[in-house]
Design a protein around this ligand. Structure first.
Ligand SMILES: N[C@@H](CCC(=O)N[C@@H](CS)C(=O)NCC(=O)O)C(=O)O
Length: 244
């Protein structure tokens, strides 16, 4: 009697439906969890900082990513990058934490080759891209530091000294922008007749110059055209809007 009762329950339509329901939902849940854990890139960035370069890049690469706003120098950020600087990314796909803007850019361009934003692997082209990224990172990016974070360059609180440091910084930034304008010339992009990771980084640095220093590109026509080209990209617009 008892046996018949359980047999009825087990083979009844009801239990079949319940089993089906849970199997389908659990499968969907685990697939979503698998994709989330395995393919998500986490970007740690800060508003008004160079980390927007990586944000633009992730969008242009159609990468699966999530952005976290962190405070520069915070304990939260130091757990990811002990230097307390942005950008930093965690790529759970390869189980790595990456820092340094140009290294991250190269990594992402390689991870998503379909978008062709890196070098083509030719030894001379590799050099050209590395050369431009080094110029942007080591020479041009750093020329903004005395302007943005003057306190790192003097212990003085004297307004005259601080203004003097800022003026020297502005002069250096301007020289750098003129250099970039000449380097670009009449070309649409800096290298290889196509958009690369270096263009994205240059775009961010030129935006700083234009916005913070109120420049209007009167003298630097090549950069003006370049900025127009990049500003019109939907991915660039989407990310820029998200910071407003
Ligand atoms: N060399 C680093 C520099 C990045 C950098 O300057 N980040 C700034 C924001 S734009 C920052 O976090 N500065 C804090 C610090 O260096 O203490 C890189 O290329 O990633």
């Amino acid at each position: 009697m008892q046996f018949l009762f359980w047999k009825q329950i087990i083979f009844s339509n009801k239990i079949d439906k319940i089993l089906k329901f849970y199997t389908i939902h659990f499968t969907i849940f685990f697939i979503v969890l698998f994709i989330y854990v395995n393919y998500m890139i986490q970007l740690y960035g800060s508003k008004h900082s160079c980390s927007i370069t990586i944000h633009y890049l992730l969008e242009l690469l159609w990468a699966d990513y999530e952005k976290f706003d962190v405070q520069i120098g915070s304990e939260e950020l130091k757990k990811i990058n002990p230097r307390g600087a942005v950008p930093a990314i965690i790529d759970t796909d390869n189980n790595v934490t990456l820092t340094q803007l140009t290294a991250i850019s190269q990594y992402l361009a390689k991870k998503y080759p379909a978008k062709n934003l890196g070098s083509d692997g030719d030894i001379v082209n590799d050099y050209k891209l590395n050369n431009l990224l080094a110029l942007l990172n080591s020479d041009i990016h750093t020329s903004f530091w005395p302007f943005f974070v003057t306190g790192k360059f003097t212990t003085s609180t004297d307004a005259e000294i601080i203004n003097d440091i800022k003026s020297a910084s502005i002069k250096k930034i301007h020289t750098n922008m003129q250099y970039l304008d000449n380097l670009l010339g009449a070309k649409q992009y800096f290298l290889f007749d196509r958009l690369t990771i270096a263009d994205i980084y240059a775009y961010v640095l030129i935006t700083w110059w234009a916005m913070v220093l109120g420049e209007n590109f009167q003298e630097l026509k090549n950069l003006k055209t370049f900025m127009g080209t990049l500003s019109s990209l939907p991915e660039i617009q989407k990310v820029s809007q998200s910071y407003k």
